[in-house]
Design a protein around this ligand. Structure first.
Ligand code: 0A1
Ligand code: ZN
Length: 834
C-alpha cells in the first residue's frame, strides 16, 4: 500500500498499535510503501514533524503573518503526513488541534465544532472538529492563530440556522462587512437558482496575507487571500469589491460543485472549476447587470484564455497529460471550462439545464465524478446526444467560424454559409468539427429582429442554430429587405467569427442591436479594425475613424443605456487585445502608438460630451459599493481617461484635482492611473502622495507597485528593479510579487517586450531566484512568455534565448521546468502523467 508524503520528518508509524520497523515499510522518493498491509481493516497511526515557518512554498502547513494555516489543493496534504493524496480517496476527517493559548487562541478545522478546552498543567489548549461529509484530503484545512472575528447567522431554506464567521488579522474586522454580505447573498442565490442548501452547522472564512492563489474552498473552512475579503471605501476600488463578491461566491458554490461532488482525478479539474466559475458568473449577472458582466467576462476570456489557446501553452479544457498539476489552474480550465458549461445551457435551454444539474446532484452526491458523468446528466435529463459536444473538453484551440450572408431580394431569402475550423495546437495537429451553438439575429432596417424561419417553415428555437459540420448552409425565408447580421449574440460560444460585413454594418449594430453584448462588440470591432490598419500601416495614424466616433457619440447620447455599459463601450481594446488580433510579427511599440493616437482623437472629437458626462456622473453622495453607483464611477473615469488622452493641461489638471479630492479608492486610483500614463510633474507628486497616505496598508501599496510597473516608458524597468528593494516589497509574499513583477510582465506590453530583451531577462532572473522557494508562483510569472512566438523576429529571438537560459538552469522545480519546456515546444508527450 503506497502513501504519498514529502518534506516532513517521520517520527513514528504504528499498525494496530504496534510500532513498525524499517523492514515493514519502504521510504522512497515522495512516499511510503507498507510492504505487508493486512488484508482486513486496520488502524495506521503516523506521527510527523513539519516546519511551517520554513515552508515558503505556501503548500501544506505553513505560517503567514504569525497564523498557522494549510493549503492542500492540489497535492499539499502529502506535505503534512503520509496519505493516499488523490481526490477519489474520500474520508471522514476528525481533527484535533492543540497549541499554545497565547500564540494561537483561535483553533479551527473542517466541519462542526465538537469540543475544546485547556490541556491540564500547560499553557496549551485544544479543539476537536468533525466533518461528517467524506472528502478528499485536498479539502482538508486547519488554522491556528490570533485572529479577529466577525460573526452572523444564516437561516437556510429548510429553516436551519447556520453560524457564519469571518476571521481576519485583529484590527481589520471593520473591512469584512461586504464579504459577509456577499456570502449571505450567495447562500440564498444557490438555494433559489439551484436548490442547494448549506449542510454544516457553521461556515468559516479565514483571510491570510500570504496565499498562492485567490482562495480555497476547504469544507466548512474556506481560506482566502486577504485581497478577496477585506474591503473599505478608502482602500478598495469598485473592481476590488466586485472581486470580493465573486470569489466569496465562487468558494461557497464549491460546497456543492467540488466538495459534495468532487473530481475523480486532476484531469477532471474543470468539472469543478469550469462549473463553479459559470455559477459565480451567473450569480454576478443576477446581482449586478447581466450585459455588463458578460462583457467583462468575455474581455477576461479573450485577454487570458484566447491568448493561451493561440500559443505554446495551449491545452484542452480537460488535459490529457500533465507534468505538474499546479500549472493547470489556467484560464483554459477555469474560464473556457465555464464557457463550455454556458454553451451546454444554451443548447438544452434554461429549464433543461436545471434538470441536468438536478440529476447531477442526485446521481453523484458524495462521489468523485468525471466530465463524462456530468455531461451524461444533461444528455439523460433532456434526451440529447452530446457525444460531439465532448470535443470541447478534448480539443484545444479557439474554433474559427467564417460566415457569409447572401440576401436574395427576389426570392426574399437570406442564406448563411458557415464554415468552421479549429487551429492546430501542441500535440493536436488535426481537429474534428465541433458542436457550436450559434446565437444570431437578422436585424431589419428599423432595428428590429426579423423572424428566423427556415426554408422548411421551422422557426429557429431561441435564435440558436447548432453548427456541427465543417461547412453548412442555412436559408431563412420571408426576408423582404437586406438585413444586418448579428452573430454569436451574448457571446454564446467561445469562438472567433469572421463575417462579410463592413464598417457600416458595425455602426448600425452599435446603434440598434437588441443584444447589448453585440452592440458593445460592434464598437470593439470598429476600433480593432482601425487599430490594426494603423499598426500595419507602420505607425500611420488611424484613418476614417469617423464611423467609430459617430458610434461612440450615439452611445453617449443614449440615456436608456446603463452607465456601466457605456463605460465598457468607451474602453478601447487593450494593447494585448490588438496584438492578439494581429496574431503574428507583433511590434508592441507600434500597437502602443496606434492605440494612444486613437484615444487622443476620440478624446478630442468628443471632448465636450465627455466633460459634461464626467460632471454628470460625479456626485457628492457618500460612497456605496452597489453596482449602479459603481457603474456611474466607471463611466466618469472612462471619460476622464479619454479627456486626458492628449496629455494636455486640461485633462491632467482634471485628473490631478480628482486624485487630490477623491473620497474613495475607485476615483483616486482611476485618477492616478490616468496621471501615470504621462510624464508630467503631477505624476510624481501624486505617486508620492499616494504612498504617504497608504504606507502600512499592504493591499493598497500593491496598487502603488502595480501602477508604477505598468508605466509605458523606458525608465520603468529600472524603476521596477529599484522597487524590489523598497521596504514594503517582499519576494516571499505572492501578492507583492504579482503586483510588481506580475503587473510589469502582464500589463506593460511595451516595457516587458523591450526590443533589447532586458524585460525578459529581468523576469527570468526574478523567477529563477524565486523558484527554489515558491515554485508555483515562479512558474506562474513565467507564463507571461505564453505569446512570445507571435512577436516580430527581433523580440522573438530575445525571448527564446531567455527561455533557453531558464530551461538550462540547475535544479529547476518541476513547475518551472514544465512551463519553460512547453513554452519552447520541447515537452515530449511520453513522460508526464496521463
Ligand atoms: N480551488 C481554488 C483554487 C486553488 C487552487 C490551488 C491552490 O493552491 C495551490 C489554491 C487555490 C479555487 O478555484 O478557488
Ligand atoms: Zn474554484
Amino acid at each position: 500500500m503506497r502513501l504519498d508524503g514529502e518534506n516532513f520528518e517521520l517520527a513514528s508509524i504504528a499498525l494496530d498499535r504496534t510500532p513498525l520497523g524499517k523492514k515493514d515499510y519502504k521510504l522512497s522518493d515522495g512516499g511510503l510503501t507498507l510492504l505487508k498491509p493486512p488484508a482486513g481493516p486496520f488502524t495506521l497511526e503516523i506521527v510527523t514533524f513539519v516546519d511551517p515557518e520554513a515552508n515558503k512554498a505556501l503548500s501544506g502547513l505553513y505560517r503567514t503573518n504569525n497564523v498557522y494555516c494549510t493549503q492542500c489543493e492540489a497535492e499539499g496534504f502529502r506535505r503534512i503526513t503520509y496519505f493516499p493524496d488523490r481526490p477519489d480517496v474520500m474520508a471522514v476527517f476528525t481533527t484535533r488541534v492543540e497549541a499554545d493559548k497565547d500564540e494561537a487562541p483561535v483553533l479551527l478545522a473542517n466541519g462542526n465544532f465538537v469540543r475544546g478546552g485547556d490541556v491540564a498543567g500547560t499553557n496549551r489548549h485544544f479543539a476537536v472538529w468533525h466533518d461528517p461529509f467524506p472528502k478528499p484530503c485536498y479539502l482538508f484545512a486547519l488554522v491556528g492563530g490570533k485572529l479577529g472575528c466577525v460573526a452572523d447567522t444564516f437561516t437556510t431554506m429548510s429553516g436551519r440556522t447556520v453560524e457564519l464567521r469571518i476571521y481576519v488579522e485583529p484590527g481589520k474586522e471593520d473591512r469584512c462587512g461586504y464579504a459577509l454580505d456577499a456570502l449571505k447573498r450567495a447562500m440564498r442565490w444557490d438555494e433559489e437558482k439551484f436548490g442547494r442548501e448549506y449542510d454544516l452547522d457553521i461556515f468559516m472564512i479565514v483571510a491570510v496575507s500570504d496565499f498562492n492563489m485567490g482562495a480555497m474552498e476547504n469544507k466548512g473552512l474556506n481560506i482566502f487571500n486577504d485581497k478577496y475579503v477585506l474591503a473599505s471605501p478608502a482602500t478598495a476600488t469598485d473592481n476590488d469589491y466586485a472581486g470580493v463578491e465573486a470569489v466569496i461566491a465562487h468558494e461557497y458554490f464549491h460546497n456543492w460543485t467540488g466538495n459534495r461532488i468532487t473530481c475523480r482525478d486532476w484531469f477532471q479539474l474543470s468539472l469543478k472549476e469550469g462549473l463553479t466559475v459559470f455559477r459565480d458568473q451567473e450569480f454576478t449577472a443576477d446581482e449586478r447587470s447581466r450585459a455588463v458582466e458578460r462583457i467583462a467576462d468575455v474581455r477576461t476570456l479573450r485577454a487570458n484564455q484566447f491568448v493561451e489557446d493561440a500559443g505554446p501553452l495551449a491545452h484542452p479544457v480537460r488535459p490529457a497529460l500533465y507534468h505538474e498539476i499546479n500549472n493547470f489552474y489556467t484560464p483554459t480550465v477555469y474560464e473556457k471550462g465555464a464557457e463550455v458549461v454556458r454553451m451546454l445551457s444554451v443548447l438544452v435551454g434554461r429549464d433543461g439545464f436545471r434538470r441536468g444539474m438536478d440529476l447531477y446532484f442526485t446521481r453523484h452526491d458524495g462521489h468523485a465524478a468525471t466530465v463524462e458523468d456530468f455531461i451524461a446528466c444533461f444528455a439523460d435529463a433532456n434526451g440529447a446526444d452530446l457525444s460531439q459536444f465532448m470535443r470541447w473538453y478534448a480539443q484545444a484551440g479557439t474554433p474559427e467560424l467564417t460566415v457569409t450572408g447572401t440576401f436574395d431580394r427576389k426570392a426574399k431569402t437570406f442564406r448563411l454559409d458557415v464554415a468552421q475550423t479549429v487551429p492546430a495546437t501542441p500535440g493536436q495537429p488535426v481537429k474534428e468539427p465541433m458542436t457550436i451553438p450559434l446565437a444570431l439575429g437578422l436585424v431589419g432596417a428599423d432595428g428590429r429582429d426579423l423572424p428566423l424561419v427556415r426554408a422548411n417553415g421551422a422557426r429557429v428555437a431561441r435564435g440558436v442554430l447548432t453548427i456541427s459540420k465543417p461547412a453548412e448552409s442555412f436559408t431563412f425565408t420571408g426576408i423582404a429587405e437586406r438585413p444586418t447580421l448579428s452573430l454569436n449574440r451574448g457571446f454564446a460560444a467561445p469562438i472567433k467569427v469572421s463575417v462579410n460585413a463592413g464598417a457600416d454594418d458595425l455602426k448600425f449594430l452599435a446603434a440598434h442591436d437588441c443584444d447589448p453584448f453585440n452592440r458593445w462588440q460592434a464598437v470593439q470591432s470598429l476600433a480593432t479594425g482601425l487599430l490594426i490598419e494603423a499598426v500595419t500601416a507602420r505607425g500611420g495614424k488611424p484613418q476614417a475613424e469617423a464611423g467609430l466616433i459617430d458610434a461612440l457619440a450615439a452611445i453617449l447620447a443614449d440615456d436608456a443605456l446603463e452607465p456601466a455599459f457605456v463605460a465598457q463601450a468607451l474602453g478601447l481594446p487593450s494593447e494585448a487585445d490588438i496584438a492578439r488580433d494581429i496574431g503574428r510579427e507583433v511590434d508592441p511599440d507600434a500597437v502602443f502608438r496606434a492605440r494612444r493616437a486613437l484615444r487622443e482623437r476620440i478624446g478630442g472629437a468628443l471632448n465636450d460630451r465627455l466633460s459634461a458626462l464626467h460632471r454628470r456622473m460625479s456626485d457628492n453622495a457618500p460612497y456605496r459599493p452597489d453596482a449602479a453607483s459603481a457603474g456611474r464611477r466607471a463611466l466618469k473615469n472612462a471619460c476622464l481617461d479619454l479627456l486626458a488622452a492628449d496629455g494636455g493641461d486640461a485633462g491632467i489638471t482634471l485628473a490631478a484635482r480628482q486624485f487630490a479630492g477623491a473620497d474613495n479608492m475607485t476615483d483616486r486610483m482611476a485618477a492616478l492611473t490616468t496621471l501615470s500614463l504621462y510624464d508630467r510633474p503631477e505624476r510624481a507628486a501624486a505617486i508620492d502622495d499616494f504612498y504617504r497616505r497608504f504606507a502600512g496598508d499592504p493591499l493598497v501599496i500593491d496598487k502603488w507597485f502595480a501602477l508604477q510597473a505598468a508605466i509605458p516608458e523606458p525608465a520603468t524597468l529600472e524603476r521596477v528593479r529599484q522597487l524590489t528593494a523598497h521596504p514594503a516589497f517582499s519576494f516571499a509574499n505572492p501578492n507583492r510579487l504579482r503586483a510588481l513583477i506580475g503587473a510589469f510582465a502582464q500589463l506593460n506590453q511595451t516595457q516587458f517586450n523591450r526590443p533589447d530583451g532586458a524585460g525578459y531577462d529581468f523576469l527570468a532572473e526574478t523567477a529563477l531566484a524565486l523558484d527554489g522557494k515558491n515554485p508555483q508562483v515562479a512558474a506562474r510569472l513565467l507564463s507571461a512568455f505564453k505569446s512570445w512566438r507571435a512577436l516580430e523576429p527581433g523580440r522573438r529571438a530575445r525571448a527564446e534565448a531567455t527561455l533557453r537560459r531558464v530551461a538550462a538552469a540547475q535544479s529547476l522545480s518541476r513547475d518551472t521546468a514544465d512551463i519553460v519546456r512547453r513554452a519552447l515546444g520541447e515537452q515530449t508527450a511520453d513522460d508526464g502523467r496521463s
